[in-house]
Design a protein around this ligand. Sequence first.
Ligand SMILES: Nc1ncnc2c1ncn2[C@@H]1O[C@H](COP(=O)(O)OP(=O)(O)OP(=O)(O)O)[C@@H](O)[C@H]1O
Ligand SMILES: [Mg+2]
Length: 460
Amino acid sequence: MPEEKVSTPKKDLLFFVCSQCGYQSRKWLGKCPDCGEWDSLIEEKRTPQVRSPQPVAQALSLTDYSQADNIRLITGITELDRVLGGGIVPGSMILVGGDPGIGKSTLILQLLAAIASKEKKVLYVTGEESAQQIRMRADRLGIKEGSIYLATENCAESIIAVTSELSPALLAVDSIQTMYSEEVGSAPGSITQVRESTAKLLALAKGIGLPVIVIGHVTKDGAIAGPRVLEHMVDTVLYFEGDRGQVYRILRTVKNRFGSTNEIGVFEMKENGLSEVDNPSALFLAERPVNVPGSVVLPSVEGTRPILVEVQALVSPTSLGTARRTAIGADPQRLALLTAVLEKKIGATLYDHDIFLNIAGGIRIDEPALDLGIIVALLSSLYEKKVDQSTVVCGEVGLAGEIRAVGQMEMRLRESDRLGFNRFLMPASNTKLLDHSDNSSVQIIGVKTVQDVVEHLFQP
Ligand SMILES: Nc1ncnc2c1ncn2[C@@H]1O[C@H](COP(=O)(O)OP(=O)(O)OP(=O)(O)O)[C@@H](O)[C@H]1O
Ligand SMILES: [Mg+2]
């Protein structure tokens, strides 16, 4: 019986690991008892290790630890520094995930070059590409810094050895799925290996205060491949996203122990690499069709920065039995909810219409302020009435059809004014809170209900 073999430590252990949460079981289970995921247990082999005795833990007063190390490493790439919460914290581990070919290696190489340009040694370890391929990319990006060191390596222990010898200011590992630890018997890329290699690199980072950046692959459903625990282990998780058909790329913070998680960085992919976009509003509005029904501009706030985006809707009678509801860049549930509000509160007939909603430029908006943008775009398309092109709208919509206040209105107002919008439809409660010392020339219209919105925008 296989159970008897457990007591023989030299033999390989066969066990099953949950690909979602890392839960381990000696037998296969259809459903992970820990995270509840179905069909997530994968078979793995491990040679048991004889563990050396653990050193006794030491405790010191918090004030005894030196403070001097808390200086962030500034990359000088503003979009990146902002996303990181103001630079890279020493000893932190940053995981960068993203779809294949989105530009992760390019981003990391540019980041390393930025640090290297400050006369600092940096180490780039690649387990995916050859040194020549990296050199080719560096040439294309115009990177010439001699202090970027390159190693093609897959073994976590060797990476640690080479790092100790070189003592770089920053270590980048591309990608964590290609790494393995000698101490674990399973194959590279397996969940145990990914987790163990990360643990090894994490110990290195924390031990000597070295910042480590690891690139992670993303699965089809958008999660970083490997156990979910990977995201818990690291300090910061960044996702590099964007439509590959488009030139913009967005770096989004998913988790950050040392900064806000609302920040985004906007880049443009060019032949000579990623360039920062310091005026994303202009970029996202560049191809906006003017005087067309179904389109409205929303001043959104991502972290500490306002971005103007175009909300587009197409509402047309359905030719099928069930009307279609599609949302790109917005939450489909939110669209369904707002559709119901419009039907109930202003009697809009939408049940027999297909609805397509899109946030132009491939950006995703999650904040509630988008609600008013969605409602206005839907009504504009339904009524075939265009919204005046110099109007912006933003506000949360409640189930009773009330328009509720949203935050950072001054910031939204300033950005709208800067880009030449002169009419701002906002929640009435927000207008009272506005700082009127701001001498912007924007006409402010406060709305309380969905009916008010219809009155102001669609009734002659
Ligand atoms: N000559 C070029 N001109 C413009 N863009 C280019 C050029 N060469 C590569 N690119 C861009 O770089 C992207 C690939 O970048 P990169 O290899 O950094 O991606 P990655 O996320 O690391 O991919 P992988 O997941 O395969 O490692 C391409 O999708 C393309 O957009
Ligand atoms: Mg790559």
